[in-house]
Design a binder for this molecule. Structure first.
Ligand code: NDP
Length: 291
């Protein structure tokens, strides 16, 4: 037990910066070749402060990569019909190659209906049922950004993932399930655990790769981690510790000294998520040039 040594900590910020630099260079080259740039439209409904921070950060990084950024901030009382009308406009806009609707949306709007209204080729979040189905059946898809970023970090650390036992705690459509599909496609042996799983600690201890995407602060204790296992902590939990607001993950980081590698919170998976959004926008742009 104790804090992981520095060499064990996976620096997601540095990995994201390397990926963003590569994307920026590719965007400049494509602009020179075609006179066009990838365009990302981000739609925010309402004034949730955390969502507003994410949207501003996405805008900043999109512009920094040389892409066009289109921000649509709509009032809290926006109707589903109005939002669907905007999506339809963006679907038909040739300057827009990626569309992202920031979640959560207000209760009068059915998030599933909105996500499935996005043209699948512009669905840079990878949440459209067609992209989810394509990923599950091994066909070309736009892959959800967070699990895509996690996979990149894992491959960078471990290289070949064949035969490794990956335990994913969490089965959401946006993290757990696509993470499982990606690890399966890399020939991992995958276990998906969730709130009804029995003896979670024992299952976690059998993992070579442990991905926590739960949303429960520091739920995964140090003695759930097998010595040498690689731990990816997706959780972002806002807590108050010693009277101060702090962000912590789903893993008790200070008990993970024996992990083979571990992502910190913040500075692990989070930065990779936005870099992968830029990567997906570039992918969607490239595919539009081939269409
Ligand atoms: P969801 O709430 O949609 O899913 C949580 C999952 O965890 C569910 O499958 C749930 O099980 C499972 N779970 C909850 N409690 C337990 C428990 N006690 N034991 C075992 N399993 C449990 O969350 P998301 O997948 O959207 O996000 C997970 C975390 O990742 C959150 O902290 C979120 O903030 C963070 N996140 C971070 C991102 C990043 O960029 N770093 C991006 C997206 C999310 P069941 O299905 O049975 O209810």
């Amino acid at each position: 037990m104790g804090n992981p040594r520095p060499e064990v900590i996976i620096d997601g910020k540095a990995a994201a910066a390397i990926l963003a630099d590569k994307i920026t260079a590719d965007v400049a080259e494509l602009r020179w070749e075609t006179g066009l740039v990838p365009g990302l439209a981000v739609v925010l409904v309402g004034d949730d402060p955390a969502s507003a921070v994410y949207v501003s950060s996405k805008h900043r990084q999109t512009v920094a990569a040389g892409m066009a950024s289109f921000e649509h901030r709509l009032p809290m009382e926006t109707t589903e019909d109005d939002l669907l009308a905007l999506i339809e406009r963006l679907n038909g806009d040739p300057a827009v190659h990626g569309i992202l609707v920031q979640l959560p949306v207000p209760p009068q709007i059915d998030a599933g209906a909105v996500l499935n209204a996005i043209e699948p080729g512009k669905d840079v979040d990878g949440f459209h049922v067609l992209n989810a189905g394509s990923l599950a059946t091994g066909q070309e898809a736009l892959v959800p950004c967070t699990p895509l970023g996690c996979l990149m970090l894992l491959k960078e650390r471990l290289g070949d993932l064949s035969g490794l036992h990956a335990v994913i705690v969490g089965r959401s459509n946006i993290v757990g399930k696509p993470m499982a599909q990606l690890l399966l496609s890399e020939n991992g042996t995958v276990t998906i655990a969730h709130s009804r799983t029995r003896d979670l600690a024992t299952i976690c201890r059998s993992a070579d790769i442990l991905v926590a995407a739960v949303g429960q602060p520091e739920m995964i204790r140090g003695d759930w981690i097998r010595p040498g296992a690689v731990v990816i902590d997706v959780g972002i939990n806002r807590v108050t510790q010693e009277g101060k607001p702090r962000l912590v993950g789903d893993v008790a980081f200070a008990e993970a000294a024996h992990a083979g590698a571990i992502t910190p919170v913040p500075g692990g998976v989070g930065p990779m998520t936005i870099a992968c959004l830029l990567s997906n926008t570039l992918t969607a742009f490239r595919r539009s040039l081939q269409a």
